[in-house]
Design a protein around this ligand. Structure first.
Ligand SMILES: Nc1nc2c(c(=O)[nH]1)N[C@H]1C(S)=C(S)[C@@H](COP(=O)(O)O)O[C@H]1N2
Ligand SMILES: [Mo]
Length: 312
C-alpha cells in the first residue's frame, strides 16, 4: 500500500464553469513522445539499471520496485512545447518510489551533475542531479497514475516524474537506464535539437472560458481557466476585460504547489461587439507571470493568454 495523498478537497476545480477537471483522466492526459509506435514493455522483462558516478550500481526488477515503500503525489506535468494558451498540461496522482531513495541507495558521487535517463525506445533525457535528489521537490519513479498502473502511452512499466521541470528534462517514460554523470559526458535527445539544458516550468495561466471566438449574451459572463507555477504554487490570478483594470479572480481550493490551480471571475459585459479577456498569474514567491512574449524554443513560452469573443 502506498502512503496516500490527502483526499482531493471539494472545489478543487471550476469544471462547471469550463475549466478542466482537477485530475485529468488518463485517457485525456496530454501525450508527447517521439516514438511512432508506443513501446510495449512487459513488467516481467523490465529492469532499471542505475549506474555511472555511484558507489554501487543497482539493477531493479518491477517486483523490486513494487515491494518498496510507495508514495502518492499529485503533480501537474507540462510540455516545454506548449504555446501560451495551449493544451499540453495535465494533472494526475502518481504513485511510485522516491527517486531520492534509489539514488541515495546507489550513492551519488561528488561531482555528479546530470541524471541521464534512457527509455526502452532509446529516447534520452538529462535531469539536474540536484533536482532528482531534492526531497522537498519529491521526484518519483512512478509506476501508476490515477489509481491504475501507468497506461502504455504514459510509460508502463515505469517513468520519471519531477515536479517543476518540463517533461523533456524530467519525465522519461518506459525508463530502463539511469546514468549518474556530468553535463559534458552525455547530451540528451532534445539538447541535440537546440532545446535548453535547464528547463524549469515557467508560470503560466490560460483562459478556458469563454472560448476563442465564442458568442455570449450581454450581462454577467463567467470567465474561468487554470494557472500553474509548480513547484512554487499559484498565489493569485488577475483578469482583465478589454483594456479595463486588472481584477482578482476567485481561486479554487489550494491542492498542492506542484499542481495547477483553477480560477474564475464574473465579468459584466454591457457593450455588444468584440471583447477580449486576458489572465496572468502570480506565484507564491510573489513573482508575476511575465507578459513578455517568448516562443516555446528553447525553454518554454511566456506571455499572457488572451481570448477574443463576441457579446450580443
Ligand atoms: N521515452 C520518452 N519519454 C518522454 C518523452 C518521449 O518522447 N519519449 N517525451 C517527454 C516529454 S517532451 C514530455 S512533455 C512528457 C510527456 O509525458 P506524457 O506523454 O505522459 O504526458 O514525457 C517526456 N518523456
Ligand atoms: Mo515536452
Amino acid at each position: 500500500m502506498a502512503e496516500p495523498v490527502p483526499p482531493l478537497p471539494s472545489g478543487a476545480d471550476f469544471a462547471r464553469q469550463g475549466t478542466p477537471s482537477f485530475l485529468t483522466p488518463n485517457a485525456n492526459f496530454y501525450r508527447i513522445d517521439t516514438a511512432l509506435v508506443v513501446p510495449q514493455v512487459r513488467a516481467e522483462d523490465w529492469t532499471l539499471r542505475v549506474h555511472g558516478m555511484v558507489d554501487s550500481e543497482l539493477s531493479l526488477s518491477y517486483d523490486d520496485i513494487r515491494s518498496r515503500p510507495l508514495v502518492e503525489r499529485r503533480v501537474t506535468l507540462c510540455c516545454v512545447s506548449n504555446p501560451v494558451g495551449g493544451p499540453y498540461v495535465s494533472t494526475a496522482t502518481f504513485v511510485g518510489v522516491e527517486l531520492a531513495d534509489l539514488l541515495e541507495e546507489a550513492g551519488v558521487r561528488p561531482g555528479a551533475r546530470q541524471l541521464f535517463s534512457t527509455s526502452a525506445d532509446g529516447w534520452t533525457c538529462g535531469t539536474p542531479v540536484g533536482a532528482a535528489l531534492d526531497r522537498e521537490r519529491g521526484a518519483l519513479l512512478a509506476l501508476g497514475m490515477n489509481g491504475e498502473p501507468l497506461p502504455l502511452e504514459h510509460g508502463f512499466p515505469a517513468r520519471m516524474v519531477v515536479p517543476g521541470l518540463y517533461g523533456y528534462v524530467s519525465a522519461t517514460k518506459w525508463v530502463v537506464d539511469m546514468e549518474v554523470t556530468t553535463w559534458n559526458a552525455r547530451r540528451a535527445y532534445w539538447l541535440e535539437r537546440d532545446w535548453a539544458r535547464e528547463a524549469p516550468v515557467k508560470t503560466q495561466s490560460r483562459v478556458d472560458r469563454p472560448r476563442e471566438s465564442a458568442t455570449v449574451g450581454l450581462g454577467t459572463v463567467t470567465a474561468a481557466g487554470v494557472a500553474w507555477a509548480q513547484p512554487t504554487g499559484v498565489e493569485a490570478v488577475r483578469v482583465r476585460l478589454d483594456d479595463g483594470p486588472w481584477r482578482e479572480a476567485d481561486l479554487a481550493a489550494d491542492v498542492s504547489d506542484d499542481t495547477w490551480r483553477m480560477w474564475r471571475i464574473d465579468l459584466e459585459i454591457t457593450e455588444p461587439g468584440e471583447h477580449r479577456v486576458t489572465c496572468r498569474a502570480v506565484d507564491k514567491s510573489g513573482s508575476a507571470q511575465t507578459g513578455e512574449r517568448a516562443p516555446v524554443l528553447p525553454d518554454g513560452a511566456t506571455g499572457w493568454h488572451t481570448v477574443a469573443f463576441t457579446a450580443r
